[in-house]
Design a protein around this ligand. Sequence first.
Ligand code: MG
Length: 160
Amino acid sequence: MMHYRVGLGQDLHRLVEGRPFVLAGLEIPASKGELAHSDGDVLAHAVCDALLGASGLGDIGQLYPPSDPKYKDADSMLLLGDVWNLVRKAGWHLVNLDAVIICEKPKILEYRDKIRANLATCLNVDIDQVFLKAKTNEGCDEIGRQGAVAANVVCLLSRA
Ligand code: MG
């Protein structure tokens, strides 16, 4: 019998000048980028937490504490690869993953397929198992004032 687990991951980072804007390892031209101890890759972080949540193996803050100097400017796609190895070793397969990025700027959709490909490569799945939408916050709150970017991710894992 096949077992299924859903996972939810959320993340938010402030946007500041002088930092690269990175989603799933892809640097997107923008006037501001994510402020973080790591590279601030909000999408990679949310995917990690969705996978960890579905498998019940912890969360990204626990596995990679921001207080640990080892993770200064860390490449979050390497962390995602580590997380996925952990989850795979527990016998889980990815059925699909769906993500929403929320920010006012830059526009994300023209980069959608590159971002999907980066995630699919990192997780060793087909690109059609990974999808991505982008929304604005309609000018509301800190995200609406171009001061932050957020990511929401759900995933479905299966295990025989
Ligand atoms: Mg984060």
